[in-house]
Design a protein around this ligand. Structure first.
Ligand SMILES: Nc1nc2c(ncn2[C@@H]2O[C@H](COP(=O)(O)OP(=O)(O)OP(=O)(O)O)[C@@H](O)[C@H]2O)c(=O)[nH]1
Ligand SMILES: [Mg+2]
Length: 435
């Protein structure tokens, strides 16, 4: 098979002692004279996803066709080639780059005799591995069941070897249901549980709003460096890893400002091309966290040759989630990795060139976020009566450069105070002295 590249790794063992899944990735180039590169890049990304799921890619096949074969997706001849490649490469599974129907999965598995999954199942699998919160787990299980329900006719080998590697893992019940009626019941139960969790999340969110925090959602393509940027800006240590979907649960972190104002950064799930729609539906409430923000920071990996295409994918998902109209900052990250920046990538207006690795450009970004948040500092001059002396501590907490002089008439206070705190000190402001 000419387009098949083999990789001579033996049957490696994971630390657990279980053999690592050996996968052949399979793509279809339907572009005609069009963008064959896109199909190729998508297949590269699929290989990345296999590694993120803990597997190893032992072969890669790209087939050019005008349209997918309804029975086997790549065509009977190619499927036979895949069988012999699977044998010679000792592959455990085939991973197709597009969603397959239940009957296509069954047909391919019959011919090849190997577990066959598609890109959506693989992404669901990674999500299943990563889901940490209760809500995340419920969402993944719901997406998996909805996917399965629509494909119950097929799914031979993949279904019968549950618990057997990539494409078969689930966060929910140990034995995934195969019966449509059971699946239907479980889906209903999951939706109810999710509604309860969602209520709780809304309460947390409105508490955050109640505290008048200014919320900035950090969104972008997976692996762009979102968590790394949040870590830098907030001085925290969120999980940042060189792999897709390191972050699954939106995580809110406080970005400290010197004047005591509160800005909350929300690190979000990364976007990717061909994100399974069951997943988007199941994760809607999580993804919509972006739409609830005051500002969206769109992080781009400027060192990725695909960054332009990735930005389009992020933009269209932001639109789908109702976040398109929000104020936007575009952040070109990983600038340390490129010598020549694309023309659009320059610091100025609402775009920033940064490196979360070196820290370059992050002060400018921080400044821009700060200036978007309401309640900047204004100079004040107060004369506090002594029975209000307790306010001095509060003033230090809500302002900067607070200087006090204890005089006969009261406490003379000068300094800068948060604009939103002015009503609290209105009775004691000293008017007409140039402040
Ligand atoms: N060279 C370089 N590497 C970076 C930079 N920012 C992030 N990285 C690396 O890129 C990888 C991905 O970073 P993350 O912060 O996990 O990316 P993310 O967007 O949160 O990814 P997901 O949560 O998986 O969607 C990690 O290995 C980081 O160390 C940067 O400015 N320069
Ligand atoms: Mg992340």
């Amino acid at each position: 098979m000419e387009s098949m590249k083999s990789d001579r790794e033996g049957k490696e063992m994971k630390e657990t002692g279980k053999p690592v899944d050996r996968a052949i990735v399979v793509g279809l180039d339907l572009s005609g004279a069009g963008d064959a590169e896109e199909a190729d890049r998508s297949l590269d990304e699929l290989a990345e996803l296999v590694r993120a799921a803990g597997g190893v890619v032992v072969g890669r096949m790209m087939q050019r066709r005008d349209s997918p074969d309804s029975a086997t997706y790549v065509g009977k001849g190619k499927t036979l080639e895949l069988k012999s490649a699977g044998d010679s490469l000792d592959a455990d599974l085939l991973v197709f780059d597009d969603e397959l129907s239940g009957s296509q999965i069954r047909n391919i598995e019959e011919i090849v005799g190997r577990r066959t999954i598609d890109r959506s199942m693989l992404i669901l699998d990674i999500f299943a591995l990563r889901a940490a919160s209760r809500e995340g787990k419920l969402q993944v299980e719901l997406a998996q069941l909805q996917y399965r329900k629509s494909r119950l006719v097929g799914m031979g080998v993949a279904m019968s070897r549950l618990g057997g590697g990539i494409g078969t893992r689930g966060p929910g019940e140990s034995k995934l249901e195969t019966d449509r009626r059971h699946i239907g019941r479980r889906i209903l139960a999951l939706k109810q549980d999710l509604a309860t969790v969602g209520d709780h999340r809304d309460r947390v969110r409105s508490r955050r709003r109640g505290g008048e925090a200014f919320v900035v959602a950090v969104a972008g393509y997976t692996n762009a460096g979102k968590s790394s940027i949040v870590n830098r800006l907030c001085g925290v240590d969120l999980f940042a890893e060189d792999m897709p979907f390191a972050t699954l649960d939106p995580t809110a972190r406080r970005m400290p400002l010197e004047d005591g104002r509160e800005i909350v950064l929300v690190d979000t799930v990364g976007f990717i091309r061909k994100l399974p729609h069951h997943l988007v539906d199941a994760f809607r409430s999580t993804l919509e966290e972006v739409a609830q923000a005051d500002v969206v920071v769109h992080v781009v990996d400027v060192s990725d040759p695909e960054s332009g295409r990735q930005m389009e994918i992020v933009e269209s998902l932001l639109t789908e989630l109702g976040a398109a109209a929000l104020p936007r900052l575009t952040v070109y990250n990983k600038a340390d990795r490129v010598d020549l920046l694309p023309a659009a990538a320059k610091t100025g207006g609402s775009t920033f060139v940064v490196s979360a690795l070196t820290g370059e450009g992050l002060d400018a970004l921080r400044g821009a976020i700060e200036s978007l948040a309401p309640g900047g500092l204004v100079p004040v001059h107060l004369l506090l009566p002594y029975d209000k002396a307790g306010m001095v501590d509060w003033l230090h907490g809500h302002g900067r450069g607070i200087a006090t002089v204890y005089g006969e008439d009261g406490i003379d206070v000068r300094g800068s105070l948060r604009e939103d705190c002015l009503p609290d000190v209105a009775p004691w402001r000293v008017e007409g002295r140039g402040e």
